[in-house]
Design a protein. Structure first.
Length: 110
């Protein structure tokens, strides 16, 4: 599992029939800032993820990839590689809060 930020949505009118009706979102994986370990920063990558929890743009989410992405009831047997499986409220590392949904502490927009 990884932490990511929802950066947008994706519309595809032509796609394989098994994913019709599934919401596709652009997500950007985040990591702990290696400089101060007190915040989350972007990894600089972008991925397309199937949203199974109703996440919105700007939210920090929990994603899973690979074969694990096909283990949710919503994505079983679908040709997907990345799935949003949770919306994160807060992240604590070494007794410090590095992200809080109320305070919007994640950074690294690009």
């Amino acid at each position: 599992m990884m932490i990511a930020k929802v950066t947008g949505s994706l519309v595809s009118t032509e796609k394989v029939g098994s994913i019709v009706g599934h919401k596709l979102m652009m997500v950007e994986p985040f990591r702990l800032d290696p400089q101060d370990r007190k915040s989350l920063v972007s990894t600089g990558r972008s991925l397309v993820a199937v949203d199974t929890v109703g996440a919105g743009e700007g939210e920090i989410v929990l994603i899973t990839q690979g074969s694990s992405a096909r283990l949710t009831p919503e994505t079983k047997n679908l040709p997907v590689d990345t799935v949003i499986i949770g919306i994160i409220d807060s992240v604590h590392v070494a007794q410090a809060c590095v992200y809080d949904k109320k305070g919007q502490e994640a950074r690294g927009e690009g």
